[in-house]
Each structure stands twice: as C-alpha cells, then as structure tokens.
Design a protein around this ligand. Structure first.
Ligand code: PLP
Length: 376
C-alpha cells in the first residue's frame, strides 16, 4: 500500500476548513453583487456585512475599520499606502516581501539573532528623524518567530510613530487583537487561516478607521466605502470570516507539541532550529541542515511524500536564499533550511512520519545515523 502525501506547507496555504467551505458554498449560491440595490444584491450585501462583523469583532476594530481586499499582499499595500503617505517608513529586515517591497524608500530595522526585532535599533531609528510608520509582522512566515509587539508599540507611541502589523500568519493561529497590541493597522489573509484564496482585509484603528481619511490604492467603483475599488469576492470573504472564527476556537497546544517533537528529532539528525530561543507560532519551524542545499532537502522530502518549503520560494518556483535567515546571521546556511508549517488539522502521525523521514534524509546525506530520530 502506498502511503498518502503529507502536507506540511500551511504557511504557504492552509487546508480548507469545513466551516470555511460551508460559508463559501452558501455565498456561491448568492448571485447578486453586494453593490446592487435589488433583492439579490441586498442578500449579497447582508452576507458581506455579516463577514465584516465577524472579522472586525475578532480582531478588535469597528466594522468601519475593516476593508476587504484580494489577499494579504494587497491588505499590507493598502495599509502602508494609507498610513505612510506623509511619513518615512521603517521595516523589519525579516518582513515578507509584501511589506519589504511596499515602499521602495523604506529604511530596514535589524533583528537580533533569535529573529526578534532589535528594539535598541528601532529606538535609535525612531529618534533620528521625523515621525515614522513602523511595519513589522506579528509572526514570521519562515521561522514562526513572534516580535515583541507590545514593546514595539510602546516605542512607537513614545516617538509619535504609527504602527502597522502584518498579521497574515498570526491572525488565526494565536490571540491577536489590534486594540490589545495598540497598533494603527493590520493585514490578514483568508487562505492562511483555512479559507479560500483570494480574500484578505486591511484593518484600521483610530482616525484611519473612518472612511474618507485616505484615498483608495485601487480606485474604481467606490466599494469598501471608497477605500478599495472592485467587486468583493464574496465566497472567499465569507470563507475567511468562518475560517478565522474556527481558527480562534481551536486549541493550538497539541500542534505546538507536535512541532516541538519535530524540532527534537531534527536536532538529533544534525539540524539547527532557527529562532527556537524566541517565542514562536505553534505550527511553524525552520530547520537548518548545515551543508545541504534547501533545494536538495525539499526534493528528497517530496520524493518521500512530504510537502514542505524552503525558506522562501519565488513565483518562478526557484528556491532562493532566505533573507530571513540571512538577517538572523546564518550566513551561507541561510540557503540550507526548510520550513515545516503544520496545517490546522495535523495529527501526531503527521509529526512522527515527518520526523522519521527527516532522520532518514539526514542519514542518507551522511549527517546522522539512520534510526537516530523519531519524535521524542
Ligand atoms: N505576509 C506574510 C507574513 C505572508 O506569509 C504572506 C504570504 O505568504 C503574505 C503577507 C502575502 O499574503 P497573500 O498570499 O494573501 O497575498
């Protein structure tokens, strides 16, 4: 009997949740455009606003402060466009390209070797120059490392800076709330939480939550109260709201234990776990196997039936050196890491099969004795 494939690349796109599928199917049955005034349009509008209420209430903003977009990249771009118009922009060096490249003139802020933002460097950057917009992620997509958001927010407030948080990986997988963090905006993405691809939201607090305070980045029919033109993708948006609610109700501790078991097994096989000294997202780990190119590890695990990813894969599908691990000081080893990101429905067997395959791979590559792995 052939073993089934193991999907461990949830940070690229998580498994569709049944609640999200159900919400999407209900929305698919709705023919209307949410901007139309007839009954069909009004039904679509009701579904859209229902989704907005769920997303806004779970993330600590008003419904006015929730702007639906086509995904996380667009949500980040919209928030950075809105909050950064009259400001210089400071961006953490381990940010996703959706944030790093949103403003060509952004100033990088370094991280410490555990992947968390260097608060002294941030304070220095904030002190030297006019008020800024600071853009950081809640959880890193490659290592899972969590930035100290409360401390970052306190520094921003002290220096009159605005704070935008890329919560694309974090929003469904850990408690995250704009009011608690005290940030001005955040970005989320439906397919990272178990919803359909093609929906996201830019969330705003304070003055920026009020429609009319900034112009649309994508202009058009005035949707989203003039802040994002284009007909909303109702099935994807409805599934995002349902996925967020389901993800928030989930207890992630067992996924965290599975991840810790994988880390232990990988260490025994000769790997270094990037950022393991810092708080991390429960489902994510970055395993550096010194001397073995990420591409080789990816292919060997793929042949063993396991889907993981390299630190970073560009749209061409080529594996490139991870800028995240480079920023953490890994040097040449930044090209020798794989990311394991467990889906929301991972089972203990997922972790033990992965650990076994990792150990076998390392042994074949001469890195560790075969059979010296297994989840402990
Ligand atoms: N921000 C982070 C941290 C991500 O990991 C990603 C996608 O991997 C994005 C933004 C972009 O999200 P989307 O794929 O929805 O455009």
């Amino acid at each position: 009997m052939t073993e089934s494939r193991l999907y461990c690349d949830a940070n690229a796109s998580d498994v569709l949740r049944p609640e999200a599928r159900g919400a999407a199917l209900e929305a698919l049955a709705c023919v209307g455009n949410p901007s139309s005034v007839h009954a069909e349009g009004r039904l679509a509008r009701r579904q859209l606003e229902g989704a907005r209420e769920i997303v806004a209430s779970l993330l600590g903003v008003t419904t006015e402060g929730c702007v639906f977009t086509g995904g996380g990249t667009e949500a980040n771009a919209l928030a950075i466009h809105a909050l950064g118009q009259d400001r210089r922009v400071l961006v953490g060096t381990t940010e996703h390209d959706a944030v790093r490249l949103a403003r060509q003139d952004a100033t990088p802020v370094p991280v410490l070797c555990d992947g968390t933002l260097d608060l002294d460097a941030l304070e220095q950057a904030l002190s030297n120059g006019p008020p800024a917009l600071v853009c950081v992620m809640a959880a890193n997509n490659e290592t899972g490392v969590l930035h100290p958001l409360k401390a970052i927010s306190a520094l921003c407030r002290r220096h009159g800076a605005r704070l935008h948080v890329d919560a694309v990986q974090a929003a469904g997988r850990m408690p995250f709330d704009l009011a608690q963090v005290d940030c001005d905006s955040a970005a989320i993405s439906g397919h990272k939480m178990g919803g359909l691809k093609g929906a996201g939201a830019a969330l705003f607090r304070g003055p920026f939550a009020v429609p009319g305070t900034f112009a649309a980045h994508v202009t058009g029919g005035g949707q989203e109260r003039g802040r994002r033109g284009g007909t909303q993708a109702l099935p994807a948006i409805a599934s995002m709201a349902a996925a967020l609610a389901a993800a928030r109700a989930q207890d992630w501790s067992s996924i965290g234990q599975m991840r810790d078991g994988i880390d232990d097994a990988a260490r025994k096989a000769g790997a270094v776990v990037a950022g393991s000294g810092a708080p991390r997202l429960a489902n994510t780990t970055s395993l550096v196997l010194p001397g073995v190119a990420a591409q080789v590890q990816l292919m060997m695990l793929d042949l063993a039936g396991i889907a993981v990813s390299a630190g970073s894969a560009c749209s061409s599908g080529k594996v490139s050196t991870s800028h995240v691990l480079e920023a953490m000081g890994f040097g040449a080893a930044a090209g020798q890491a794989i990311r394991v990101s467990l889906p929301w429905n991972a089972k203990p067997e997922t972790a033990s099969r992965l650990a076994e395959a990792y150990g076998a791979m390392a042994a074949r590559l001469g890195k560790s004795p075969a059979g010296h792995s297994g989840v402990s």
